[in-house]
Design a protein around this ligand. Structure first.
Ligand code: ASP
Length: 442
């Protein structure tokens, strides 16, 4: 497999994983074998990616900011990033709403299927966990989100991947303070973070070497743990509506890339593809972040001053795929359970899905928790929430894989756009995983 490009190796790994997973579901003891011997390979891979996420954000953001010549540029980058993120999310939600109202996938679903899904999933611990997590989330006040961004202990923030926004806050604070004390005094610290940044990027390269094997394990595990095919089939129309919406988002990103940055969209998709394939396999924007950063900086040519801020922030707050899914799923559930919603309710969905996607953690299945909050915002009866979530639970994992791809592609697109707008989109500086390998081999 040596000469093939990385994305082809990953695709082959995924396909073999699917086939292997299918075979394991057909043979006696296959599921146990897969759980005991194959699943850990995927889990270790995700752990390695998460392991380097915080050091990477810290090093690259501090380097990015302390390289700035003036702070006003950073304010410009920050403001543009947030505004463009909000715009792309609103586009995604609108596409979701248009599609679900046009195709009405919820109206075609029979009462028999509804009761089958309810009986199978309403009491399922997965569904109950999502409802419990949503009620905790709901208790929080409107400014809680901002309050949560400010850490009171830097080391506590570094110790939890879910506190990524706190790490971003700390890094920006430190980077700006370094600028303010001047080059001479900040030099030792800057060299330290520069070097840490290079080392962590090398760690990404090394981890990526194992990606084809890891995605094999991850996909085999998805197949082995997926539900009854009949149930999946009943939800096919709903799933197809979401997938059409997600594909449209990729088309929109391509149009944005070609019209605003004048780059070929196919080239863009090819450069970013290893990150997309990992997003698909891991269902986690946060785990994919190190690879997204590496691809965007080294293979697309976005300057670190932009990518080191836009991408980690995007991984946490910009989830176009997730918000599109939430819009479709909310209306689908209302259609299937004959709960009438007005135009005003649909506008409420736009607003809450926007806020929900910001508040959604970048981990598998998180979008479903926030979906509960979207449903509640339009007055969906709380005693029916478990039934509503049960309806879509069976296909959530595969859809999560697709929406995570869109989430990270959106982040990459916006990073190009912002970089272009501040003159920081240059030529790619591709580095190979084995650069310098000979030197240390001796
Ligand atoms: N898995 C998604 C992500 O990490 C979030 C979600 O939609 O559940 O981007």
């Amino acid at each position: 497999m040596r000469k093939l490009e990385l994305h082809w190796k990953i695709i082959i790994g995924m396909l073999l994983g699917l086939v292997f997973g299918f075979i394991m579901t057909q043979v006696d003891g296959g599921k146990d074998f897969s759980n005991d011997w194959i699943k850990p390979i995927g889990t270790i891979f995700i752990k390695l990616l998460k392991l380097i996420a915080i050091p990477l954000i810290l090093a690259s953001l501090i380097k990015g900011i302390s390289d700035l010549k003036d702070i006003s540029k950073f304010q410009l980058i920050g403001l543009r990033t947030i505004v463009i993120y909000v715009i792309t999310t609103i586009i995604a939600i609108t596409i979701g709403l248009l599609l679900v109202n046009f195709f009405e996938p919820g109206n075609g679903i029979s009462n028999e299927t509804i009761s089958k899904l309810t009986n199978t999933y309403a009491q399922n611990s997965g569904v109950q966990d999502k409802l419990a997590a949503a009620s905790v989330q709901k208790e929080t006040g409107p400014l809680q989100f901002v309050e949560d961004m400010v850490p009171d202990n830097a080391f506590k923030a570094f110790s939890n991947n879910r506190l990524m926004l706190q790490v971003i806050f700390f890094s920006i604070f430190l980077g700006i303070s370094m600028l303010l004390i001047g080059d001479k005094k900040s030099k030792p610290l800057k060299s330290l973070f520069d070097s840490l940044n290079d080392v962590v990027l090398k760690m990404v390269d090394l981890i990526m070497l194992t990606a084809p094997y890891a995605v094999f394990a991850l996909l085999a595990n998805v197949v082995v743990s997926s539900g009854d095919p009949d149930i999946l089939y009943a939800l096919l129309r709903y799933a197809i509506v979401i997938i059409i919406g997600l594909l449209l988002m990729i088309v929109i990103y391509s149009i944005i890339v070609s019209s605003f940055t004048k780059k070929n969209p196919f080239w863009f998709l090819k450069q970013i593809s290893p990150a997309q394939l990992l997003a698909f396999s891991t269902s986690s924007s946060a785990a994919t972040l190190p690879v997204t950063m590496e691809r965007v900086e080294e293979h697309i040519g976005v300057d670190k001053e932009v990518s080191s801020f836009v991408l980690p922030v995007g991984a946490t707050i910009n989830m176009d795929g997730t918000s599109l899914y939430q819009a479709v799923a909310a209306v689908f559930i209302c259609q299937a359970l004959a709960f009438d919603i007005s135009f005003a309710d649909q506008l409420t969905i736009v607003l809450t899905a926007l806020l929900a996607s910001i508040g959604t953690a970048a981990v598998p299945g998180a979008g479903m928790v926030m979906l509960v909050i979207v449903l509640e915002s339009i007055g969906f009866p709380s005693d029916k929430l478990a039934i509503g979530i049960a309806l879509i639970f069976a296909v959530d994992r595969p859809l999560d894989m697709f929406r995570t791809v869109v989430n990270i592609t959106g982040d990459a697109t916006v990073s190009m756009l912002v970089a272009k707008s501040v003159g920081k989109l240059g030529d790619p500086k591709v580095k190979n995983w084995d650069d310098n390998y000979k030197n240390v081999k001796g």
